[in-house]
Design a protein around this ligand. Structure first.
Ligand SMILES: Cc1cc2nc3c(=O)[nH]c(=O)nc-3n(C[C@H](O)[C@H](O)[C@H](O)COP(=O)(O)OP(=O)(O)OC[C@H]3O[C@@H](n4cnc5c(N)ncnc54)[C@H](O)[C@@H]3O)c2cc1C
Ligand code: FES
Length: 275
């Protein structure tokens, strides 16, 4: 079969996250394809609307019946068309693609998660994985930042995440203009670093968010002793094929779609966009 050919998926539910972000619960209409589906946190799907185009969207979680949760921010042509669809409508879906976070490699380590804005979507699966396999990992520290508290995604999970055993959870916003129900601090994610419990000795850092945020966060982590090898980040580049054929997402000798989107910082440091 042509590997660019998407399968149909039905929208089972739509959940509002923020003013311009929804979580779409998507299920392949072909039950055999749905049954065979397997994934790793950090991987992504290509979602398409006929006559409009395709977009790379992270898998935030997968339900027991293999429905896929895709948390999407409405920013342009394709995402706007997805937002015009209703529960029961269908769209095109192919994947999963990409490498995912190195969950097996980091067993036994403390985990520091630093996420900005929509960057929490590909890390949501990591948090759920650690919760389900709590004894396999050390201390879990989550630092999540957004422009404002209203811009944060997965807000329904925050009270649960605050209660995870052996963990610390910081929320921070660039500005707090209205109510502050989650007791967010004010400032960039890096402003939480002086308070964090994680020590670089036995820790791995997983970063995802705007590239400028990841660049600053990685630099700050380096200054407090994190070796580049202990930092992983998920990159976003414009994608076409999603499977390493067209070259649209190339950085150096690597393709973000096939060799990433999760990379070790040591391998891609020169390719992070300059400030
Ligand atoms: C691996 C990967 C995972 C992603 N996961 C998610 C996710 O879980 N949820 C989500 O909402 N978005 C995610 N994105 C981003 C998403 O693919 C783009 O926002 C989407 O393709 C925009 O398409 P559009 O036609 O709606 O917007 P367009 O009309 O194409 O563009 C609107 C604006 O977004 C910018 N833009 C478009 N695509 C990208 C991109 N890939 N990287 C950076 N800027 C872009 C454009 O420059 C423009 O400013 C992911 C991207 C990648 C590469
Ligand atoms: S999107 Fe075509 S090579 Fe990555």
């Amino acid at each position: 079969m042509n590997e660019y050919y998407p399968n149909f998926a039905i929208i089972k539910e739509i959940k509002k996250e923020t003013i311009n972000t929804n979580t779409f619960v998507l299920k392949f209409t072909d039950q055999k394809i749905a049954d065979k589906f397997s994934w790793k946190p950090g991987q992504f799907m290509m979602l398409s609307v006929l006559g409009v185009g395709e977009s790379a969207i992270s898998i935030s979680s997968v339900e027991n019946d293999n429905s896929i949760n895709a948390t999407i921010r409405n920013v342009g042509n394709v995402t706007n068309s997805i937002f015009s669809l209703k529960k029961g409508d269908s769209l095109g879906m192919r994947g999963p693609y990409g490498t995912g976070w190195p969950l097996e490699k980091i067993i036994g380590k403390d985990i520091l998660i630093v996420a900005g804005g929509m960057g929490l979507a590909p890390l949501y699966g990591v948090i759920n994985h650690v919760i389900r396999n709590r004894t396999e990992y050390g201390h879990l520290e989550i630092i999540y930042g957004a422009r404002t508290p209203e811009n944060m995604v997965f807000k329904d999970e925050f009270s649960k995440w605050k209660r995870i055993k052996n963990s610390t959870f910081f929320l921070t916003a660039d500005e707090i203009t209205r109510e502050n129900p989650f007791e967010c601090r004010t400032g960039l994610v890096t402003s939480c670093f002086p308070m964090m419990k994680t020590h670089h000795r036995n820790a791995i850092a997983l970063l995802c968010g705007p590239e400028i945020m990841m660049r600053f966060a990685a630099k700050c982590l380096e200054t407090i002793g994190f070796a580049d090898k202990k930092i992983y980040l998920s990159l976003e580049r414009r994608m076409k094929c999603g499977i390493g054929k067209c070259g649209h997402c190339q950085i150096g000798l690597k393709y973000v779609c096939k060799d990433g989107p999760v990379f070790n910082y040591d391998d891609i440091k020169p390719f992070i966009r300059p400030l």
